[in-house]
Write a new protein. Structure first.
Length: 343
């Protein structure tokens, strides 16, 4: 089968190759991939910035597909089912984090597309516990973004609580930012989405999705806008979805006292200059949100099934697996919005 392989560490070192189809064991499910989204972490992996991957490995972890084979111990899933899958391939099951359902924090966790072969391929193998059969109302293209939606659901609905009437500032109008904005809006908050001049097409999509206010921070004064909307107090919550330390420090300045900032975006480097004085003097709560866990997926599928979030609206391009380089280049150039590969 065709598969997009990260052959070794470092910048690039990726190639579309022909490898054997995966063989499942009794507790696994084999899925023919329909669509697989390019994630920001895939770009970090391509650039050699993401240290968690174990090359040689097939990248990709956001996907939907159709079941083609099930193990003998698998129940409730059958050949022909339309599905999506969590990224967890293995957890120890005995640590405190596993016992509490926080699989994303298990120190022995292995994920598809990072430690085991992922979904930038014709077929992918997953553990039975990770598979979610799709309701009839959710199409395969929309479902391919269940994983980033689960990440956004984890950040907005599990790591904090959005109150009716909150004024929320979100940095980064990329896929995660737009999914986060939709959830926050659905909870009854007023949403300010901040980005750069190059994000004008993304701002258009945001406004079409019902986001209240978009701000080009290169052309507009975000501080003045926030002061006016909050009577000088600052926003109630900030979601940093861009992975920019400048955005973090701006968010700390624009938060009201006792406000909350949730860090969702990944940074290119581990150590950054952070305005700790703001955190102390304003009694700010700074929360990290890592990936997602099983409960996040239930929330994500509920949001999709009830129409509270539209994932298909943020997909700008679909490329064949043969044209993967065009998709990666477009993401790295900041063009389009969400890029999806179709094996």
């Amino acid at each position: 089968m065709k598969a997009l392989l990260k052959k070794e560490n470092g910048y690039g070192n990726m190639e579309l190759v022909d490898i054997d189809e995966p063989i499942i064991n009794s507790d696994q499910v084999k899925i023919k991939v329909a669509y697989s989204g390019i994630c920001g972490s895939d770009i970090h992996s391509y650039k050699g910035e993401y240290k968690n991957i174990r090359p040689p490995i097939v990248l990709g972890h956001e996907f939907s597909g159709v079941v083609v084979e099930v193990g003998s111990n698998v129940e409730g899933i059958k050949v022909g089912d339309r599905v999506t899958s969590e990224t967890t391939f293995y957890v120890c099951g005995v640590c405190d984090y596993c016992k509490s359902g926080d699989y994303n924090l298990c120190p022995y966790r292995k994920g598809i597309g990072t430690q085991v072969n992922g979904s930038f391929a014709e077929y992918v193998t997953v553990r039975k516990e990770s598979v979610h059969v799709l309701p009839d109302s959710i199409d395969l293209l929309s479902a391919s973004l269940t994983e980033p939606l689960a990440c956004a659901a984890h950040a907005t609905l599990e790591k904090t609580n959005i109150e009716l009437g909150d004024i929320v500032l979100i940095f980064g109008p990329g896929p995660i930012g737009l999914l986060t904005a939709q959830i926050v809006k659905a909870r009854g908050a007023y949403v300010i989405l901040a980005g750069l001049t190059k994000d004008k097409d993304r701002f258009k999509v945001a406004l079409e999705l019902g986001i209240d206010k978009t701000v080009d921070i290169q052309q507009e004064n975000l501080e003045d806008i926030v002061k006016e909307l909050t009577n000088g107090y600052g926003v109630d919550k900030v979601f940093e979805c861009s992975g920019s330390i400048k955005a973090v420090n701006s968010g700390l300045s624009l938060l009201r006292k006792k406000g909350t900032i949730i860090q969702v975006g990944l940074f290119a480097k581990s150590f950054n200059e952070l305005d700790l004085e703001k955190i102390i003097q304003k009694e700010i709560c700074y929360i990290g949100s890592r990936s997602q866990k099983p409960s996040s997926w239930k929330l994500a599928l509920y949001l999709l099934e009830t129409g509270k979030v539209n994932t298909k609206a943020i997909i700008s391009d679909i490329y064949s697996l043969d044209d993967w380089a065009k998709g990666f280049e477009k993401v790295m150039n900041g063009e389009g919005l969400k890029i999806v590969l179709k094996p």
